[in-house]
Ligand binder design. Structure first.
Ligand SMILES: Cc1cc2nc3c(=O)[nH]c(=O)nc-3n(C[C@H](O)[C@H](O)[C@H](O)COP(=O)(O)OP(=O)(O)OC[C@H]3O[C@@H](n4cnc5c(N)ncnc54)[C@H](O)[C@@H]3O)c2cc1C
Ligand code: SF4
Length: 484
């Protein structure tokens, strides 16, 4: 609106300038530039030619004014709808670092809205009553670009909200925790984004290198947990320094990035990747980024143990024992680069160990012509079910233990409703998976047990957050409620 009034002011100014530069002959008390009157003397103006000329100025400017106001109103209405949808779906909590906007300081310039790198794919920030507002909190991933462009410092980047705290482990500037020998890098420490994770992984490993230079009796210098951007970069740095290292990853290379939707445009910044040098990507498709990291993995010969999960870290006389689901490792130092997504929650039913059971959807195409069960009731479960059901030849069942999808976005709920009405997928509310067989799955619904033919299962039942794991190691976790 400020801009709208600005446009109006410019209109008036233009008319004044016109008056000031008028060289027409007239007799109505109008003062032109030849007589150089004061501005006060020029008023009032009353002559038909000038009225016409004034209209000539005013009309286009008034049209621009109206267009601008309507555009702002449309944007505001869109922002309000986005916010209402988020509130209706209970998606009001930002997962990580996010802007806290001081509405008393905000001047409504809209710079933050324009600067958010998630736009237009996700509407994170919007303008309501001429002030910036976090309208899509759950889509905010903590770029922090909004804060950088705010001309009046109305934005503070914070963790958690009054309603939901976010657990942040205490980490020193050299990335060591209060447990000497245990380090943390990447999003787990609170700062999201790929570039930051890569940078922190490299820097944390420099601290590890300083520590393990001193003699110790452990077979390994360091165990890196996680092969997302932070763990990958740390592994390369350790490899360059010839450390005795083991990197353990419960899933696959790339961490959270590997689970981005297909073809997602990843926005990042140029970074220094150990053993590679400057990597200048700014915008790159998820698949290309992962492919690039795979190439680096191959060329450098680093050894990452995939499908291995770290369950505990216990201190010893001069290091730690790291227990995984496969074996124990004795090491001088541990670098935790496990992100914040946690470990996927399991169903805990017989047959869950089969290869056909996965915990995240990567590519719906791979399920063509298959009978698929999706378990869960959040957005990721609904999105997995609808995207697979859209593939040819699929037969999709969505099993959810509650009576309604109250945790999911409206647009996902509507899509499920449409697809189940047209028979493209089947929804089983109040249902629980009981057992998994090679070519079927047994599901119980309100006391009735049914065996459904099945080729693949995707469990989207949320994750177990890393806080408990950190506390079990002795690391203090501080719960932040909207503070930096
Ligand atoms: C939808 C979405 C979009 C995003 N878009 C962007 C973007 O465009 N640009 C950007 O810069 N950032 C983006 N981000 C943020 C970015 O993905 C993360 O900040 C970054 O991946 C953090 O890297 P990390 O290495 O710290 O953790 P992660 O990438 O989360 O990696 C952690 C790894 O640790 C493993 N792990 C966890 N626990 C264990 C265990 N006990 N044992 C063994 N392994 C374990 C996990 O399997 C995982 O592979 C986005 C995030 C999301 C959710
Ligand atoms: S950039 Fe700052 S002043 Fe401008 S709309 Fe956003 S919060 Fe308000």
């Amino acid at each position: 609106m400020g801009t709208a009034y600005g446009i109006l002011a410019v209109s008036v100014l233009c008319v004044a300038v016109h008056i000031d530069n008028c060289d027409l002959n007239h007799n109505f008390g109008y003062f032109c530039r030849y007589s150089r009157p004061t501005f006060a003397q020029k008023l009032p103006v009353s002559m038909s030619t000038d009225r016409f000329l004034m209209l000539l100025y005013f009309l286009p400017l008034a049209a621009v004014f109206v267009w601008y106001v309507r555009r702002q109103l449309r944007k505001e209405s869109y922002s309000r709808t986005t916010l209402e949808t988020a509130e209706e779906s209970g998606l009001t909590e930002p997962p990580t670092l996010h802007p806290d906007i001081d509405r008393n300081v905000c001047i409504g310039c809209g710079n933050c809205v324009a600067a958010c790198p998630e736009h237009p794919e996700h509407v994170v920030l919007g303008m309501i009553r001429n002030k910036a507002r976090l309208v899509g909190p759950s889509d905010c991933i903590g770029h922090g670009a909004c804060k950088a462009v705010c001309p009046v410092d109305a934005i503070t980047l914070v963790f958690g909200t009054a309603r939901r705290g976010v657990d942040i482990p205490q980490v020193k500037p050299d990335f060591e925790t209060e447990v000497p020998g245990v380090f943390i890098a990447g999003e787990l420490g609170g700062m999201g984004l790929i570039g930051t994770a890569i940078e922190q992984g490299r820097q944390a490993m420099e601290s590890v290198i300083r520590l393990v230079k001193k003699p110790h009796k452990n077979p390994l210098d360091v165990v890196v947990v996680g092969a997302g951007p932070a763990g990958f970069s740390a592994t390369l740095a350790a490899n360059a320094a010839n450390l005795r290292i083991r990197t353990i990853e419960q899933e696959e290379l790339g961490g959270t990035v590997a689970h981005f939707p297909r073809s997602k445009l990843v926005l990042t910044r140029p970074v220094e990747l150990p053993q590679v040098g400057k990597v200048k990507f700014k915008e790159v498709q998820k698949e290309q980024l992962i492919e690039f990291w795979r190439e680096v993995e191959k060329k450098t010969g680093i050894d990452i143990s995939y499908r291995e999960r770290v369950d505990s870290v216990q201190p010893t006389a001069d290091g730690f024992v790291v227990q995984t689901n496969r074996q124990k490792y004795q090491t001088r130092a541990v670098l935790l680069a496990i992100g914040r997504r946690g470990t996927p929650r399991k169903l805990g039913v017989p047959g869950e160990e089969k290869n056909k059971v996965v915990y995240r959807l990567t590519d719906p195409e791979q399920y063509r012509n298959l009978k698929v069960l999706v378990v869960g009731g959040g957005d990721s479960a609904l999105e997995a079910a609808t995207s697979i059901a859209a593939e040819s030849g699929t037969s999709v069942t969505l099993s959810y233990r509650s009576a309604a999808f109250t945790r999911a976005k409206l647009k996902n709920r509507e899509k499920i409703e449409r697809m189940s009405q047209t028979g493209q997928l089947r929804v089983m509310f109040n249902s629980n998976v009981k057992s998994i067989q090679d070519d079927s799955v047994t599901i119980e619904t309100a006391g009735t047990v049914e065996t459904v033919p099945n080729d693949a299962i995707i469990v989207s039942a949320g994750g177990i957050l890393p806080s408990k794991f950190l506390q079990s190691i002795g690391i203090t976790v501080v719960t932040k409620h909207g503070t930096a």
